[in-house]
Design a protein around this ligand. Structure first.
Ligand SMILES: Nc1ncnc2c1ncn2[C@@H]1O[C@H](COP(=O)(O)OP(=O)(O)OP(=O)(O)O)[C@@H](O)[C@H]1O
Ligand SMILES: [Mg+2]
Length: 322
């Protein structure tokens, strides 16, 4: 059993004190959106910030920032860059690190490394991607890694431990050590994005347990509960809804009561999710926004919501408040 989150931070400020943030969660929970929002806020606070995807075949950042991320970081706003870490150029960079300059030597090494990797190193591709994150974290104040959905992300992160067990010495061992060193840093944090839905909360708890067992170097994760409906109905209003629900009503009144009961269900689901998630981690809550907003606008509104929560005194002119 993972330990309780007794000493976990209780607000979103940990996000902005971090140097590396790994975001994961069930598919569609808002990992990319929240990664972008954290990135925008951190950049507005004056930190040189990078949001990166890992070997994304179809980038989700393009719709948000209006520019497709490529391997080398490119700036999309003051202090904010994006990139897509592809594994082949990441392998090139790693080889340049271990064998130094000399293109021919690197080419020979690369061919040899690719065959060693493919034959002997499970998750070699993942090691290269994470190694590149280590390097980028030395160039930026904050690197936000938009990871795949939980199952794949845990598999990817646990490759480091597997490689350390398989290789006693040599460059792959050193590479895994470097990545593990990054995991163990107090300013590296794992962020699990969840929704107020039972299945998603179940998966978040399972992911937290797997991370605890398989990647011990990573600290207590932080949970972002996205699309939450904050409690606004009083006990009196709830019991009034119950009473009205039991009565014969006209069509208009019935619709109003149904709307109230829908709101009540959403608030209850959020409260239940919060109480289960708080047993394993500190939880930052982000509101559900109106449907039909574009990706960039959703990011803008969630950036403003995060700014309010972290009491950040930043200039977010142009952001709609959430
Ligand atoms: N709080 C919110 N309120 C309303 N819509 C939201 C909210 N957060 C995210 N969205 C929307 O939900 C959709 C999914 O978000 P996003 O792409 O960030 O999820 P994801 O977890 O990265 O998905 P995937 O697993 O496919 O990578 C997007 O259209 C986004 O604009
Ligand atoms: Mg995504």
């Amino acid at each position: 059993m993972p330990p309780a989150a007794a000493d976990a931070p209780a607000d979103s400020s940990v996000l902005f004190r971090s140097r590396v943030l790994f975001l994961t969660g069930k598919g569609g929970t808002g990992k990319t959106t929240l990664g972008a929002a954290i990135g925008r806020l951190a950049a507005a606070q004056g930190r040189r910030t990078l949001v990166c995807e890992l070997d994304a075949q179809r980038s989700s950042l393009t719709a948000i920032f209006g520019k497709a991320p490529v391997y080398q970081p490119s700036q999309v706003a003051p202090g904010l860059s994006i990139c897509n870490i592809e594994w082949m150029p990441a392998l090139d960079d790693w080889l340049a690190d271990i064998v130094g300059a000399g293109r021919i030597v690197r080419m020979i090494m690369k061919n040899r490394m690719i065959s060693i990797f493919l034959e002997a190193t499970p998750g070699a591709r993942d090691l290269m991607l994470l190694h590149r994150v280590v390097k980028l974290s030395q160039q930026f104040d904050l690197v936000i890694v938009d990871m795949p959905a939980s199952g794949n992300a845990v598999g990817m992160l646990s490759v480091v431990g597997t490689s350390r067990r398989l290789f006693d010495t040599g460059p792959i061992r050193r590479c895994a050590e470097e990545i593990d060193g990054m995991f163990a840093r107090p300013d590296t944090n794992l962020v699990l994005v969840a929704l107020p839905e039972e299945m998603v909360v179940n998966e978040t708890l399972e992911t937290r347990a797997r991370v605890h067992a398989e990647i011990p170097a990573l600290r207590q994760p932080l949970v972002l509960l996205n699309r939450a409906t904050p409690a606004t109905l009083s006990a009196g209003e709830r019991s009034l809804l119950d009473q009205l629900g039991a009565q014969e009503l006209g069509v208009d009144a019935r619709e109003l009561v149904e709307a109230g009961r829908w709101e009540e269900r959403l608030e209850t689901a959020t409260a239940e999710a919060l109480s289960r998630l708080r047993a394993i981690a500190a939880v930052v809550v982000l509101p559900v926004l109106a449907r039909g907003e574009g990706a960039a606008r959703v990011v803008g509104q969630l950036t403003a919501a995060l700014a309010r929560q972290s009491h950040a005194k930043v200039d977010l002119v142009g952001e709609a408040s959430g």
